[in-house]
Write a protein that binds this ligand. Structure first.
Ligand code: AMP
Length: 302
């Protein structure tokens, strides 16, 4: 079943202890789409400026990413710049230039209106909801990402959007901030009252934790001996997670667990090189091998 994503398509400037890039194609919807396209068809909704050329668009070529919903507006593409600290966990945002993103009003092409699986990447909750309003019928699954900026700045709008969401995918500090609970299990219970019935907490090098009803499932971060750039890890995780669910065509306790593994695997590839570099070279067989290795890493006999 097809998977729709709405979110940023960007130029990023990234600095990590291993090097820097001045201007590379990034954005949450870009990482998500590339990761998910290994598993299913993706309908991308976003906006770029006139400076986003055919050459930049090449990152999507030859993949099952439909760009009919990628608007080309007058002005410059969204620009984000960040610098990672030595521990690679913390980063300082140096610039967020919204540019054409400031006036962005997502418009779904008719061919996207029947998408069964929807991922609302981190943007204004009002815009996230406007995407849901344009979908025909009731989608099979809606997942949402957000950040402290919206949790603090537009809490009422976020609450309205959460009511229409089944899965919330955020990090641990956002979980605590949204729920006003420090303990993550108590936080999940508080968040379930807001709408979502599944909470996926992304915990960087500590992996990810899913709370689904009364059940809890944890995956580690895949152990890597080289990490060059954590940018896009969360969005690639979401792409692997939603891509797997859309390809499986069913959402149940086991498919959700497998989705966690696919999320972790795609996130692990994304961080191996700068920007999109590793995802652009990735092969489907490498994903399958890493999923198998994940299984070995996490099973034991009782
Ligand atoms: P992540 O490392 O998963 O947080 O994702 C980083 C990506 O998100 C980068 O490629 C940025 O272009 C994009 N990004 C950063 N800040 C924002 C924002 N405020 N809104 C939308 N996208 C953003």
């Amino acid at each position: 079943m097809s998977l729709l994503v709405v979110g940023s398509v960007a130029f990023d400037a990234i600095e990590t202890p291993f090097g820097r890039v001045e201007r590379t194609v990034g954005g949450a919807a870009t990482y998500f789409s590339l990761a998910a396209s290994f598993l299913t068809r993706v309908n991308l909704v976003g906006v770029v400026g006139k400076d986003f050329t055919n050459e930049h668009e090449q990152v999507f070529r030859g993949r099952t990413v439909d760009l009919a919903g990628l608007e080309r507006a007058e002005g410059k593409t969204f620009f984000w710049s960040g610098k990672y600290h030595d521990n690679l966990n913390d980063r300082t945002t140096l610039a967020t230039d919204l540019n054409v993103f400031a006036e962005f009003r997502p418009k779904l092409p008719d061919s996207f209106r029947k998408s069964g699986y929807i991922f609302l990447a981190n943007i204004d909750p009002t815009l996230q909801r406007s995407v849901l309003d344009q979908v025909a019928g009731k989608p099979k699954l809606v997942a949402l990402d957000t950040m402290n900026y919206w949790i603090e700045g537009t809490p009422a709008e976020l609450r309205k959007t959460l009511k229409q969401t089944q899965i919330l995918m955020i990090n641990d500090s956002e979980t605590r901030q949204l729920s006003n609970e420090h303990n993550l299990l108590r936080a999940a219970k508080a968040i379930f009252k807001m709408g979502p019935k599944t909470l996926v907490i992304k915990r960087g090098e500590h992996g990810a934790m899913m709370v689904h009803g009364d059940s809890v499932f944890c995956v580690p971060a895949y152990p890597l001996d080289e990490i060059h750039d954590p940018t896009g890890a969360g969005d690639s995780f979401a792409g692997g997670f939603m891509g797997y669910l859309a390809s499986a065509g069913k959402v149940n306790a086991n498919s959700l667990r497998l989705a966690m593994v696919y999320g972790s695997v795609l996130g692990s590839f994304a961080v191996e090189r700068f920007g999109l570099e590793r995802l652009l070279k990735l092969k489907r067989s490498e994903i399958t091998n890493r999923v198998r290795h994940f299984h070995k890493l996490t099973t034991f006999k009782l």
